[in-house]
Design a protein around this ligand. Sequence first.
Ligand SMILES: [Zn+2]
Length: 95
Amino acid sequence: MVLPKYCSYRSQRTNCIYPPNYVLSVQDNNDDEYMIGAVCDLHKDAMKFRIETLQQTSAIPQGKIRFDPIVILGTDCIKRMDQEYEDIRLDGSTL
Ligand SMILES: [Zn+2]
């Protein structure tokens, strides 16, 4: 599973630039889980409200909204991981 770098929350004026704290998913009555996105602490409630609205219009499956905490790494650590990812990708493309 690839996590987004930023919170998925969007509004007309704002694109959230915070790293996500939770993976947001919906678990339906058949125990199937649909990943909706990732969200930061600040927008957890706003996203929940938005999901509930979307569920009412059947835009996304009915079911329990789940927030699974993402293990937070230090900023330096994330930067280093990005760097490593770049390196691996660059190495791969020269093959
Ligand atoms: Zn956010």
